[in-house]
Design a protein. Sequence first.
Length: 67
Amino acid sequence: MRAVPILIALLCLTACGKQDNAPGPGGVSVGEAKALDEAAEMLEGQRLPVTPPPTQAAPTPTPAPTR
């Protein structure tokens, strides 16, 4: 019988967290902030190694036809 009030109290406490649409940092909602953090982590994990782009040789000029 004692477990029922404890169970009710635990269920009530689980609803006390911030909602996804609650205001968060930087003027975005909590859910948007989480999504932005996850996207930033994903992008950082996909970084390519820093190498200079391949250089292309300059095209050789073709001589103009003579008359």
